[in-house]
Design a protein. Structure first.
Ligand SMILES: [Mg+2]
Length: 233
């Protein structure tokens, strides 16, 4: 890839450590409110993350516990709706913050005039308040799981960003944290940089052009600096 034309970022686990400190906490609160004894500790939740999509994750959990498939799906959908509300409350309370180094990278991209977009399978109901609160109006195009229900590793959400923005796929880089995310970006024809977190240390990220330990990893900082266009004028 030559100079960057655009950057498309994932939200969950990439921009924010939302899984461990946001979603997991919100799922547990929803269980408790519903009078259920289920609780997801940090390692248990880490294993469940291989199932993309909160409602699917819940349905899988209940089915595994012996709940018939139809009942499990209905219960999962009801709990998931409440969990989304709780997640919004956590975001509004400032409990979900940018991962270290994210603001610095976004500032550099912004200064260089590189357009930034979002491709997430999260629902708009919590993604939008999170982006507003933590990042402000940085992102031009935000495509969420509300508009594109096909979950990663399907490339659908990335393809929709490309369709809406007209960005050239061969000069657009995706930033992801997980195996499903990297696969989605690569299947859409994008170059992908992976910024791992604690939950994705063991993921197979071999499709990524670079696998970094996070946004403060010097390899990631250097990778972007080499490709950011020089200031204009
Ligand atoms: Mg992610």
């Amino acid at each position: 890839m030559g100079r960057l034309a655009a950057v498309v970022v994932d939200v969950d686990g990439t921009l924010v450590d939302s899984e461990r400190d946001g979603h997991r906490v919100a799922f547990n609160a929803a269980f408790e409110e519903a009078g259920l004894g289920d609780r997801w500790d940090i390692p248990t939740y880490g294993k469940l993350l291989h199932i993309a999509g909160g409602a699917k994750r819940l349905a899988f959990w209940f089915e595994k516990a012996g709940v018939p498939a139809g009942d499990a799906r209905r219960l999962a959908e009801r709990l998931h709706a409440r969990k989304t509300e709780i997640m919004r409350d956590l975001i509004e309370a400032g409990k979900v913050q940018a991962r270290p180094g994210v603001h610095r990278l976004l500032d550099e991209l912004d200064a260089a005039g590189v357009p930034m977009h979002v491709a997430t399978t999260g629902t708009r109901a919590w993604v939008e308040p999170l982006l507003d609160r933590v990042f402000g109006p940085r992102f031009q195009t935000v495509v969420t799981g509300t508009e594109v229900p096909e979950l990663k590793p399907s490339p659908a959400v990335y393809l929709e960003v490309l369709r809406r923005t007209g960005c050239p796929a061969d000069r657009t880089v995706a930033v992801e944290d997980s195996q499903n995310g990297v696969r989605a970006a690569v299947a859409a024809g994008l170059c992908c940089v992976a910024a791992q977190n604690d939950y994705t240390q063991d993921d197979d990220l071999s499709g990524a052009a670079l696998v970094a330990g996070g946004f403060e990893d010097p390899a990631l900082v250097a990778w972007f600096r080499r490709r950011i266009p020089p200031p204009q004028g």
